[in-house]
Design a protein around this ligand. Structure first.
Ligand code: FMN
Length: 163
């Protein structure tokens, strides 16, 4: 059975809702084992055991969240040269930008020789003030549907043997 690994970090809940939506979408596909792991709980062994990936991160200080960076730092060399060609998708939750987080993850995934099979999805919460940035986030239904579709699509590709 093929495995889709979804790795995420979230401080105020936005990215978590996006990752959970991708998980829900992926779980609609029979014959695919879908794993949803927090970045702090994920390691190179989880990366090696999976056949495709969804990475989901906030953009913090024009970068991926520290715990996502820590996950990549801990797992990068343990998986290097062993996962080339596998499919991935990327979800970014941002206040107003998100582009640098996309660039960072894409560089890491290029190093891993992964294959991007869907456009990265950036969801902006439009939080600007410190109060709004630190408040719990609510991701709208339309954006969650996009996340679900990414999970469904990658899992379907695995189920059909395309990835
Ligand atoms: C310390 C910090 C720095 C941030 N820097 C950025 C940034 O550079 N660009 C941006 O678009 N949003 C930025 N944000 C906003 C977050 O991306 C936004 O609140 C998002 O919802 C966080 O995801 P989460 O709800 O999963 O924690 C920042 C938030 C924090 C707490």
């Amino acid at each position: 059975m093929k495995t889709l690994l979804i790795v995420f970090h979230s401080m105020t809940g936005g990215t978590e809702q996006m990752a959970q939506a991708a998980f829900r979408g992926a779980c609609t596909q029979a014959g695919v084992n879908v794993r949803l792991l927090r970045a702090r709980d994920a390691a190179a062994s989880d990366v090696l055991e999976a056949d495709a990936y969804v990475f989901a991160t906030p953009e913090n200080l024009a970068a991926i969240a520290g715990q996502m960076k820590d996950f990549f730092d801990r797992s990068y060399y343990g998986a290097l040269d062993q996962i080339g060609g596998r499919a991935y998708g990327l979800l970014v939750c941002a206040g107003s930008d998100g582009q640098n987080a996309v660039r960072q993850v894409e560089r890491i995934c290029t190093g891993w020789r992964l294959k991007r099979v869907v456009e990265p999805l950036i969801v902006c919460t439009h939080a600007q003030t410190p109060e709004a940035i630190l408040a719990p986030k609510h991701i709208g239904a339309a954006d969650l549907e996009r996340c679900e579709a990414i999970g469904t699509g990658i899992a379907a590709g695995l189920a059909l043997g395309i990835y």
